[in-house]
Design a protein around this ligand. Structure first.
Ligand SMILES: C[S@+](CC[C@H](N)C(=O)[O-])C[C@H]1O[C@@H](n2cnc3c(N)ncnc32)[C@H](O)[C@@H]1O
Length: 344
């Protein structure tokens, strides 16, 4: 970290599994014991700092972002110089031991602010794809890698790799057209807002208690007041939270340092939700951080959700600069939009 700052942009991996035995899928991946999860995270170079769970999923705040474990799905998101893709082989092996077969893999990330600081296998997208392909079982044979450009600057591209087992995804996997994932990446955070994510020296607060205070003082707690929140503040600065609400999660991570400030927001939803909910949440997130630039990626089987993004953000003075769409076999459609704050 000497020659650069903290890399806020996360790498994100989503793995879906299927199984023939009802007993295997009932608790599924949630039966992986904590020590085994810690060993996987050790490979990735991060640790668990806080955890919460409900009837549907377990959510972990990590030293570098978050991990969500459902019975047949894992989402792991890590930032900094972590080696996220090193988790693929051990996670697939643990799932196999539980009678579960990989049916869908999604890997996404933005453009790193400090690409030269990234270690193998994250030194370039082609290298990440080559490494990932080497880790995946042969049944996930329907594969595609794509870099979606924003036409703004090379620094705002969206990297997507998907791999599916066409038989398992359509037979037993999730119906991708019903669900969507929104990934928001924000840079050039408003200075005053970013300042709220620094701990105050000598106030005696722990990571947990300072995290709770930040959730309340910044307005993050109001984004989805119904969610159970697990939050953590880093010393001297930085913040992470996971929110769980039934079978949905949301997550926020903040790197507030001037010069490379960054915040991300991610949530999952269903096309059957009230369409205004997602618009309201996106507006609240933009209000919490007031970023100078932002990208929003929507992964969905239906084409309608992404239109709500621009409709929600443009009234706040965020002008849409680009919109790119790409389709991934059996893994849905990705719409990548970028915005900048209107300068007055
Ligand atoms: C883990 S958090 C949030 C990560 C998220 N991807 C982001 O950048 O928004 C990163 C912030 O916490 C700070 N931080 C302080 N101690 C840290 C630690 N031990 N591990 C990771 N980040 C730490 C970093 O400097 C940075 O501001």
């Amino acid at each position: 970290m000497a020659a650069s700052g903290f890399e806020g942009f996360e790498k994100r991996l989503e793995l879906h599994f299927s199984g023939d035995e009802p007993a295997a899928v009932r608790m599924g991946l949630r039966r992986i014991d904590f020590e085994s999860l810690e060993r996987v995270l050790h490979e990735v170079q991060c640790t668990v700092v806080s955890a919460v769970g409900n009837a549907h999923l377990d959510a972990y705040v990590l030293s570098e972002s978050s991990l969500f474990v459902y019975p047949t799905k894992i989402v792991i998101k890590t930032c900094g110089t972590t080696q996220l893709l090193k988790s693929v082989r051990p996670l697939v092996a643990h799932a196999r031991d539980l009678g579960l077969t990989l049916c869908l893999c999604r890997y996404t990330r933005g453009s790193f602010i400090f690409p030269l600081a990234q270690p193998f296998p994250h030194t370039s997208f082609p290298e990440e794809v080559a490494y990932l392909e080497g880790c995946l079982p042969t049944n996930v044979c329907s594969r595609k890698a794509s870099i979606m450009r924003s036409h703004m600057a090379a620094s705002h591209s969206w990297h997507v790799f998907t791999a599916c087992d066409p038989d398992l995804v359509t037979d037993k996997g999730p119906a991708p057209e019903d669900f969507y994932t929104v990934e928001m990446c924000m840079t050039e955070l408003d200075r005053g807002r970013a300042q709220k994510f620094f701990m105050r020296p000598g106030d005696g607060k722990t990571g947990d208690s300072a995290g709770k205070e930040m959730t309340a003082l910044t307005g993050i707690g109001e984004i989805n007041p119904g969610a159970l929140i697990c939050d953590f503040a880093f010393d001297p600065c930085g913040y992470s939270m996971n929110g769980i609400d039934g079978d949905r999660y949301s997550t926020i991570h903040v790197t507030p340092e001037e010069g490379f400030s960054y915040a991300s927001y991610e949530c999952v939803g269903s096309v059957y939700d009230d369409g205004d909910d997602i618009a309201r949440m996106l507006r609240k997130v933009a209000w919490v951080f007031r970023p100078g630039a932002m990208s929003v990626s929507v992964t969905s089987g239906s084409s309608q959700v992404w239109t709500r993004v621009a409709n929600a953000l443009e009234p706040l003075g965020l002008k849409r600069r680009s919109c790119a769409t790409d389709q991934f076999p059996e893994a849905g459609t990705v719409v990548f939009q970028s915005f900048t704050a209107r300068r007055v």
